[in-house]
Ligand binder design. Structure first.
Ligand code: SAM
Length: 217
């Protein structure tokens, strides 16, 4: 068993090959980036991207909405630096920080997105974050999440149990940000979004485990 790596150093160490890896090796991501851009409503002016990384979803969203004003939050400075290099002239407010702690404001954004970042956290932490995202959206706002999700509860339970076991072995507290995948079921994801105050949440895309849910405020 290899040692778990702290979240930010895990991604910083892989930034050089990150875009190629996501586009070519993770089933459904290439199509997911295109679909997410299609789902962002026309007329979106202010967009929040949680865990924006190098901005693969923004590469597509900017083709549709070149003038959108984007706030991107990510723990890993090296990923944000790469995003800024790709889009030096876009309206990008990049925050290097933890989206659970960064204040998101109230009624600020037309749309919020996250792509392949939420599959590392507990139901409780995610529900609390979704509540914050819902508040940060304007009254008609939408949140679009693309993530690694599973179908069966047993599969989710297995990954969460493995996470606990490995952390215990390596003396890593459950609440510290280390990289380990704990995907949730699509049904649980939808329930968490509804529990957080979204009026609607539905699955609109799935290729292998790459799944998109659209949630309306
Ligand atoms: C798999 S990458 C996805 C990046 C980008 N959205 C994409 O699809 O190409 C996950 C990103 O989430 C970021 N991340 C993980 N936990 C975070 C947290 N608590 N707050 C902010 N960013 C976080 C990581 O630093 C990493 O850049």
């Amino acid at each position: 068993m290899t040692n778990l790596e702290p979240m930010a150093s895990f991604f910083a160490a892989r930034v050089g090959m990150y875009d190629e890896h996501m586009l070519n090796d993770v089933e459904g991501c290439r199509e997911g980036y295109l679909t997410m851009a299609e789902l962002v409503p026309e007329g979106t002016e202010s967009l929040l991207d949680l865990g924006c990384g190098t901005g693969l979803e923004l590469d597509e969203i900017f083709k549709k909405l070149p003038d959108a004003s984007v706030t991107g939050i990510d723990l890993t400075q090296a990923m944000l630096d790469r995003l800024k290099e790709k889009h030096p002239y876009k309206s990008l407010n990049l925050i290097c920080g933890d989206y659970f702690s960064v204040a998101l404001g109230e009624g600020v954004y037309d749309c919020a997105v996250s792509f392949q970042t939420m599959h590392h956290f507990s139901h409780e932490k995610k529900t609390e974050l979704y509540r914050k995202i819902c508040k940060a959206l304007k009254s008609y706002g939408v949140y679009i999440e693309c993530d690694y999700m599973v179908e069966a509860q047993e599969e989710e339970d297995f990954w969460f149990a493995e996470n606990e076991r490995i952390r215990k072995e390596q003396n890593i507290p459950l609440d510290e940000f280390f990289h380990y995948d704990t995907p949730c079921t699509v049904d649980n994801q939808i329930q968490m979004l509804k529990d957080a105050g979204f009026s609607q949440a539905e699955k609109v895309f799935r290729i292998e485990n790459t799944t998109i849910i659209v949630a309306k405020k």
